[in-house]
Design a protein around this ligand. Structure first.
Ligand SMILES: Cc1cc2nc3c(=O)[nH]c(=O)nc-3n(C[C@H](O)[C@H](O)[C@H](O)COP(=O)(O)O)c2cc1C
Length: 310
């Protein structure tokens, strides 16, 4: 079994060492480990050409047209049974390099797009190299982390929830940790409590893969307000007491019980979280239907010409 560690931070600094601490434990559990710092690769940003989506909708493999180092991490991801990721917090969220990576892992790696493309491509008799790689469909455990320099936790507020943007390929996120106070230590390697927690993260990933039902279990410290992603963010929809989890896209009813904020999440909402296959499929069908019923603008050229001067 293979474990892949991805760091988006400075070489040998907090994110690198935090990821390596998890990998170190996985190695003792018998895993073959690989570590990549994305700063050392040339990863171009997604231009939004949608070539991957169009190709997938035609039963292709959704390959990206950009020629850079993305294939290195793509291959490592496909090989991995477990993935651990850490990004530094910049301006409350994971840094820009992480977002660049997430966009490249977008629709082209969405398990519902890949599943439908594979079925369609196979029915068309396409060769294996023209189909989505079979390795995308294997069960995979993941753990997400951020690290912020600030001593106040709320300076990392959008960090961990935004790490869940890496949901597209459908791996089971079984643990997550938000570290803050990086500036209080010359290096987080000296934060023994954190390093012990990350050793546990290595065990959690191994346990999730090696225990029956482990991939459906949450090994994180807090249950959180959302029963799927276990984050604590809520969007107020301004229709009665209905709230939404912005990570999962599911809605529930807010209530106060014994002075505590609680949310009733209907089972059908939990089932359609975008972290799960039905939620992704819902989005895939929405996009496919929009593409098929797209309203044509008869005088589009003339309409656009009016904007050329600016
Ligand atoms: C541009 C920039 C913005 C930052 N913004 C935040 C922030 O909003 N909250 C925070 O806690 N730390 C912030 N930091 C501190 C980093 O998160 C911290 O130094 C982290 O340890 C860097 O990760 P690394 O050691 O893996 O490179 C910021 C650092 C930079 C360079």
């Amino acid at each position: 079994m293979k474990a892949l560690g991805l760091s988006f931070g400075r070489k040998n600094r907090n994110s690198d060492i935090m990821v390596k601490q998890v990998l170190k434990q996985m190695k003792t559990r018998g895993y073959e480990v690989e570590f990549i710092n994305l700063n050392e690769l040339n990863i171009q940003y997604c231009t939004g050409c949608t070539g991957c989506v169009v190709n997938l909708m035609q039963g292709g493999n959704g390959a990206c047209v950009l020629k850079d180092d993305f294939h290195i991490v793509d291959e490592a991801f496909k090989e991995a049974d477990a993935v651990v990721v850490c990004a530094p917090v910049f301006a409350l969220s994971p840094n820009g390099l992480f977002k660049t990576f997430v966009d490249r892992m977008g629709p082209s790696h969405d398990i519902s797009f890949l599943t439908n493309a594979r079925e369609q491509g196979e029915a068309m008799g396409k060769s294996e190299d023209k189909l989505p790689d079979k390795r995308w469909f294997k069960p995979r455990a993941a753990a997400l982390m951020v690290v912020g320099g600030a001593s106040t936790k709320n300076w990392t507020s959008l960090g961990l929830p935004s790490m869940f943007e890496l949901f597209s390929n459908g791996m089971s996120i079984v643990d997550a940790y938000s570290a803050h106070g990086g500036m209080e230590f010359e290096h987080m390697v000296g934060n023994e409590k954190l390093m012990a927690r990350l050793t546990e993260m290595g065990n959690h990933l191994a346990d999730a893969l090696e225990t029956e039902g482990g991939l459906d279990k949450w090994y994180g410290d807090d249950e959180g307000v959302c029963p799927v992603c276990h984050n604590d963010l809520l969007t107020i929809l301004h229709s009665g007491a209905t709230v939404e989890c912005p990570v999962c896209g599911i809605s529930g009813e807010l209530k106060i019980e014994d002075g505590q904020i609680k949310v009733d999440w209907p089972a059908e909402q939990i089932a359609r979280s975008r972290l799960k296959y039905p939620g992704k499929l819902e989005h895939y069908l929405e996009i496919r239907n929009s593409a098929m019923t797209m309203k044509k603008i008869p005088d589009l050229k003339e309409k656009l010409a009016a904007y050329k001067e600016i």
